[in-house]
Design a protein around this ligand. Structure first.
Ligand code: ZN
Length: 417
């Protein structure tokens, strides 16, 4: 492993407090999404550490990777899952319910719009839409599909250009992107700028509370720079004259929050907002001691997972994994179980034939994994566990053991037929 350094933050990413405190060091890790073409490629690895800001309570990575290097190799396409398309329709309805005026002459803007899956329901209702995405290959899929998409990184500068070209947006949304941007202040300033004065902003974020309670240490990787609670994201929004008016939950991605945001003074927060904030305080979500405990529990879990896999091997059982995502890279590499896995199945065809980062396991189609007759399957994409288990037990006819790593490590014995 070729150990490299990265620019280290000298102050909090949001409030600029000079001393965020490091509480979790995951060592040197490769970029989780960087798949290899051959198993013997030499890979670069970079520090992966989390710290806590004592001022604004933001949990954040200590180091920032170069976005061009990090995102140069992007394989995720939103629309690949059917549950995603169902959710996109629901997301559209919920957002439109909250814009109680005629939006003729305005448009809907999605930042980091990927293949356009979430803009399509708006387009189908005859509403003008605009997507922005930095990945040229994925934006071209969207454009081919009739969803106008510009290739760029979003920030204040791009917002100014959009305003000049198209005017303010009645609805702006950004799903699971705010935690990934290196300059969160520039990003939110851009969102505020492009919004109509009474416009709605919808933000989806992987929620710090779910990370803590569900032990989502596998969600820590170099792209994921900020781990927001409602308190810490509200503080960021307030710095730019925005406030959370309502909160909902996403049915996908294993625990995201949907924040409905307006300019300060336009609407009062709903009782839901007050309830969520109070619950965070009661459960000490924004305390360093809680996050130190999370680091301890994560190390303990990774140790137990490694022992469980070692026991499978010791009993003569071969173990394959299901799910070659960024999250599975962190889990496999942090628990150091890569050498014990025969291969990793994934439904995304673009990944087939490539090798996982760090662990260098071959990625194959689910059917090819079954053909290799594994005795045990570790479901690393555990956030889709029920869907995957049904697929394994049903169409794939797998009768061996299945391991669900999180939120509780569980081994399901051979199914009796
Ligand atoms: Zn801070």
């Amino acid at each position: 492993m070729d150990k490299r350094q990265l620019a280290r933050i000298t102050s909090c990413r949001v409030c600029k407090h000079p001393e965020p405190e490091t509480f979790f060091d995951l060592g040197y890790q490769p970029f989780a999404n960087h798949l290899l073409d051959t198993p013997d490629e030499t890979e670069k690895s970079y520090p992966l550490q989390l710290s806590f800001c004592p001022n604004c309570r933001l949990v954040q990575l200590n180091h920032t990777a170069d976005p061009a290097e990090l995102f140069g190799n992007y394989y995720w396409v939103t629309g690949t899952s059917s549950s995603t398309r169902v959710y996109a329709e629901r997301f559209c309805k919920e957002a439109l319910k909250r814009i109680d005026k005629n939006i003729d002459g305005s448009y809907i803007l999605e930042v980091a719009s990927n293949d356009g899956t979430f803009l399509k329901p708006f387009l189908e209702r005859g509403i003008t839409v605009q997507g922005i995405d930095p990945a040229a290959n994925i934006a071209s899929l969207a454009n081919d599909d009739g969803v106008p998409t510009e290739v760029d990184f979003f920030g204040e500068e791009l917002a100014e250009r959009l305003i000049m070209k198209q005017g303010p947006a009645a609805l702006t949304f950004a799903r699971n992107v705010l935690p990934h941007v290196a300059d969160a202040n520039d990003f939110v300033a851009g969102l505020k700028k492009v919004m109509a004065p009474d416009g709605l902003l919808v933000l989806e974020i992987h929620y710090a509370r779910h990370i803590l309670e569900g032990l989502h240490y596998d969600s820590i990787y170099h792209e994921h720079l900020c781990y927001f609670s409602i308190e810490s994201v509200a503080l960021l929004l307030r710095r730019h004259g925005l406030s959370i008016v309502d909160i909902g939950e996403s049915s996908i991605s294993g625990g995201s929050l949907v924040l409905y945001v307006k300019a300060e003074g336009v609407a009062s927060p709903s009782s839901e907002v007050t309830r969520w904030v109070k619950e965070e305080q009661a459960d000490q979500i924004n305390e360093l001691s809680t996050w130190r405990d999370f680091a301890d529990r994560s190390r303990d879990h990774a140790g137990r997972l490694a022992r469980a896999i070692a026991e499978e091997k010791a009993a003569g059982r071969s173990v394959a994994a299901y799910g070659a995502s960024a999250r599975s890279s962190t889990m496999i590499n942090f628990a150091a179980i890569g050498p014990s896995l025969t291969m990793i199945a994934d439904q995304n065809k673009i990944k087939h034939g490539k090798y996982t980062s760090g662990s260098h396991r071959r990625i194959c189609a689910p059917g090819a994994m079954i053909d290799s007759h594994p005795d045990t399957v570790l479901v690393t994409a555990w956030n889709f566990f029920d869907e995957i288990e049904q697929f394994l037990r049903g169409p794939l006819g797998f009768t061996g053991r299945v391991i669900k790593p999180l939120p509780e490590l569980a081994i399901m014995e051979t199914e009796q037929t």
